[in-house]
Structure formats: structure tokens, C-alpha cells
Ligand binder design. Structure first.
Ligand code: UN1
Length: 508
């Protein structure tokens, strides 16, 4: 078998250095924390990481700054975010290039991720003039009852490798206009993109006259993150990653009565009904399942196909998967880049072994693409048909692996969709309005995101993003998700000149 031709690591290092220089990042070189590229699987730079003491110092700085930032008028807080959005636009190429280098995303998806940063920045600037409260009818004459929203405190962000920039931007831009300050612990797998994001925000702060310590970046390992989770001054911990991580973080934050916003695993399904328009369904399914090499929390992992269309759909889907160009994500035409590391490859292989033991049939893919580079992991996206029961289907395997299941009635399809512990995103492909509405209704899909005639991934920032069950229940991005970053107060003013107790209580 011929092996993939990959760029030389030293060229990637030069590319990374050029992007970082243009953004103005001074890389804290010399430590034993490595910035690595999944393209060749090799290290780019050794970085100095922080420890628990550095986390505490960062939280102290962010907390001190919060005490003044909270009373800066919200539209003025929006100015730093507007400037940040301008800088992201100016460095769209550099940020996208770093995302490709460090997360292995193909260029189009890396550009899309940066676009998501711009979109949320625009949204947050608008939000800075719309942090509305409400007036509530009081049961007492001469009383006014209102509800208003106030800054919360320091927001601790823990983010994952797969959206190394956008997920941070969702949280940070909204938190800042809400009057909070931020301490960020990114994935250890993406330190360079984190340094770039933090530098652009620091420049925006300088240029808009905001205090520097509204945001602090922590490059470090587990100890760094744990100190952030446990610090009582961190009012909200917004954590994106695996359910396993959320299971550790959630109770620790709750134990100190902190708040958490959890965006955890997904095991997303799409139902293909008999009336589905297959011309539309096929590309949507291929992108959702194989895009980002199956490493989105919204990636499509289960396809629930009506028995009447499965024989028509499956050969076409398998052929489309087999045509997917796997390779160097910088290369024009590549649609599937590398996995972040060899670990998801091992997870994929183990899932395939388990599901085939349970009667699943591997239709295509799942095999590693050979490269000369030792620890790079490229894999062909896999499709497995499973008609019986296999527990592995209920688990999230963070790799390009699509299980195909079949159904006869819509109730059965919805029950299959809901029969997993995770609850992030679900789709139905149908032209039958009754089916679509049932799927979206109370007896339909139980996920936070539900889609008709589009895939499970690729949500816009304007909606509230997140999911139920083991996905963690948090909501970030648009709609009213900003409420999570503020505290609510209910205020009652008595202007009647008399004492009037609620519930008609007489106490004289
Ligand atoms: C994630 O994978 O953690 O909806 C976030 C999507 C993107 C965000 C994914 N907008 O696929």
C-alpha cells in the first residue's frame, strides 16, 4: 500500500512560527509541554506550562479586575469584543492555519471555525446593548417588581481540542459583555491556537482601553485545570469535553456551590424516513459523519434508516465514503484530515472489534492510512451495519464511525434515537410534515438540538447550543444562553406609603 505524502515537520514549524509572529505571540518556549501537530504527529515546540500556583494567581488577577469591570457600562464592555472581532477578521487566515496545524482540521473547516468566532463576537457586541430584564406585575398595590441581570464573577473556561478557538470565543465574548472576567484552561493538545486567541484578545483590550486582566490564559496540565475548578472565586466553570471529564468537574464545582455549564459528549443520530430526498440526505450525512474526521461533539454517529430505503441508501453512502479523500489537511481537496492522536484510532479499532463481535457488519473504512510519520493517525471513515443489539453503539467513539440501524415505524426510530445516555443533537430526513413535527415535539427526539433535513453538526451561533442527559444540560452561544453568565435579582419597591404583606398576611 502506498503511504500518504505529508509535509515535513520543520516546514510546519516554520508555518506555525510565521502565523504566531503575525499575530504577535511570544511563544513561552523551553518547557516540557509540547505543541504537537497531528499532521505528522511530531512536536513543534516545547512550551513552559503553569502549575496550580499560577492558576491561583490568574484567578486573583481576574477577580480583582472583575470588581471594576462589572460596573463598566455593558455597551462599553462590548467595545473590546467589537475590536476583538475586527482583529479576528484581520487574522482569519492565520488563525485558520494554526487550527489546521494543531487540530488537523481541513482548511475549509478551520476557516469555518474562525467564522464562528467572528459570528459570536458580532452577536456579543449586539448583546451588550440588550441585557434586558423584565417588569413583573406585583400582587400588591403601589409595588413595583422587576428582574434584572448582573455580572457573575470570574468565568473559568475549560475547552477541548476539536473546537480549540470557537468554543472559547462563545464563552469569552458573551462573558465579557456580561461583565465577567475569564480564566481559560484550553486543551493541552492546542496550546498554540490558545496563545494566538489570547494575544488577539489582549490586543483588543489594549486598543479599547479595557484592563489587561479581564482574561488570563493558563497553559498547563491537569493540576492547572483542577485548581481552576476548585477555586471558590470562579463563579462559573464552563467546561467542554468528554462526559468523563464532566463527571469529574460537575460535582466538584457543585460541592462548593459554584455554577457549571457543561457541554459534554454526544451520540447523535439521524433518521432517514421513506420520503427523504436522498440527493439532499447523502451529502448532509457524509459531512455530519466524516467531517472533522468524526471529531465533533455534534458528529453523526448513528444513522437510523427506514427498511424501505436502506437498500437504496447504503450502497450510495458506502460509495461516497470510499471516495472521501483522506490526507494532509492543508492539501486542496482533502476532506478528511488526521485524527488528533493515535488514541482515537485505538478507540475506533476497539469499537469495531466489539460491534462486529455483536453481529455488526463493517461495510467500509476503519483502516488506517499508512504514512511515513510514526505517530500521525489517518483513518478511512467507517460504516457498520448493525441489525441486532450492541452496547458499543450507545457509547461515543470520537472518530469517524457511523453505525447504520434500521426501523419500521417512526415511534421505533425515535425510541432508538433516544435510547442512548447522551442528548446533544438529532436529525430527521423526511418530506412528511407529520413525521417532522412529531420528531420535533414532546414525544420526539430528546436532544438539545433537533434538525429537519440537515445533519446533526454545524449549528449556527444564534441558537442556544448544548444538550441534555449526559451531554450535561448546559447552553452556550445565542438565544438567552447569556443568562448563565449573569446573576438574576428580583427587586421589589414599595411606593404605596403603607406596609402591605404578600399573600394577604395581616401582622398588626
Ligand atoms: C463541538 O464539537 O464541541 O455545531 C462544537 C457544530 C459546531 C460546534 C461544535 N458549530 O458542529
Amino acid at each position: 500500500m502506498t503511504s500518504l505524502v505529508l509535509p515535513a515537520t520543520h516546514d510546519l514549524r516554520t508555518r506555525a512560527r510565521a502565523c504566531l509572529d503575525r499575530i504577535g505571540v511570544v511563544v513561552p518556549e523551553g518547557g516540557d509541554l509540547y505543541a504537537r501537530t497531528p499532521i505528522t504527529g511530531e512536536d513543534l515546540f516545547g512550551l513552559r506550562g503553569g502549575d496550580a500556583a499560577e492558576t491561583t494567581a490568574a484567578v486573583t488577577a481576574a477577580h480583582d479586575t472583575f470588581l471594576t469591570w462589572r460596573s463598566t457600562p455593558a455597551p462599553r464592555r462590548g467595545e473590546i469584543v467589537r475590536r476583538f472581532g475586527d482583529l479576528v477578521r484581520a487574522h482569519h487566515d492565520d488563525l485558520a492555519e494554526l487550527i489546521t496545524l494543531e487540530a488537523g482540521k481541513i482548511r475549509a473547516e478551520a476557516y469555518g471555525e474562525v467564522q464562528e468566532m467572528i459570528d459570536i463576537a458580532d452577536y456579543a457586541v449586539g448583546l451588550s446593548r440588550q441585557l434586558y430584564g423584565r417588569v413583573i406585575a406585583s400582587e400588591r398595590a403601589g409595588h413595583r417588581m422587576t428582574e434584572s441581570w448582573h455580572p457573575l464573577g470570574v468565568v473559568g473556561i475549560i475547552s477541548a481540542f476539536n473546537f480549540p478557538a470557537a468554543v472559547w470565543a462563545w464563552n469569552t465574548t458573551v462573558a465579557l459583555v456580561c461583565g465577567d472576567t475569564v480564566v481559560w484552561k484550553p486543551s493541552e493538545q492546542t496550546p498554540l491556537i490558545s496563545l494566538a486567541c489570547a494575544r488577539l484578545l489582549a490586543r483588543a483590550a489594549e486598543e479599547s482601553g479595557a484592563p489587561a486582566d479581564i482574561h488570563r490564559l493558563l497553559i498547563g496540565g491537569r493540576e492547572t485545570g483542577e485548581a481552576l475548578v476548585d477555586d471558590p472565586r470562579v463563579a462559573l466553570v464552563s467546561a467542554t469535553g468528554s462526559t468523563r471529564m464532566g463527571r469529574a468537574v460537575g460535582p466538584r464545582v457543585a460541592a462548593r456551590f459554584g455554577r457549571s455549564l457543561l457541554e459534554l459528549g454526544g451520540n447523535n443520530a439521524a433518521i432517514v424516513a421513506p420520503s427523504a430526498d436522498l440527493e439532499l440526505t447523502l451529502p448532509a450525512v457524509v459531512f455530519a459523519a466524516a467531517g472533522t474526521a468524526g471529531q465533533r461533539c455534534t458528529s453523526l454517529r448513528r444513522l437510523i434508516v427506514h427498511r424501505d430505503v436502506v437498500d437504496e441508501l447504503l450502497p450510495r453512502l458506502t460509495a461516497a465514503f470510499e471516495r472521501l479523500p483522506v490526507g494532509d489537511p492543508f492539501e486542496e481537496g482533502t476532506l478528511v484530515g488526521p485524527l488528533i492522536s493515535p488514541a482515537p484510532l485505538a478507540a475506533l479499532e476497539s469499537a469495531l472489534a466489539r460491534v462486529t463481535e455483536d453481529g455488526g457488519k463493517l461495510l467500509t473504512g476503519g483502516d488506517q492510512v499508512a504514512t511515513a510519520a510514526g505517530s500521525a493517525a489517518y483513518v478511512r471513515p467507517a460504516i457498520v451495519r448493525i441489525d441486532g443489539h450492541s452496547p458499543v453503539v450507545r457509547e461515543e467513539t470520537f472518530a469517524p464511525l457511523l453505525y447504520v440501524l434500521t426501523y419500521d415505524t417512526l415511534d421505533e426510530a425515535i425510541a432508538l434515537q433516544n435510547d442512548v445516555p447522551q442528548g446533544l443533537s438529532a436529525s430527521i430526513f423526511t418530506q412528511d410534515q407529520r413525521e417532522a413535527e412529531t420528531f420535533l415535539s414532546a414525544v420526539g427526539a430528546d436532544t438539545g438540538l433537533v434538525n429537519v433535513n440537515l445533519g446533526t453538526s454545524g449549528a449556527e451561533i444564534g441558537g442556544a447550543f448544548g444538550g441534555e442527559k449526559e451531554t450535561g444540560g448546559g447552553r452556550a452561544c445565542g438565544s438567552d444562553a447569556w443568562h448563565a453568565y449573569m446573576r438574576r435579582s428580583t427587586a421589589v419597591v414599595n411606593y404605596s406609603g403603607e406596609v402591605a404583606l404578600a399573600q394577604n398576611i395581616s401582622f398588626s
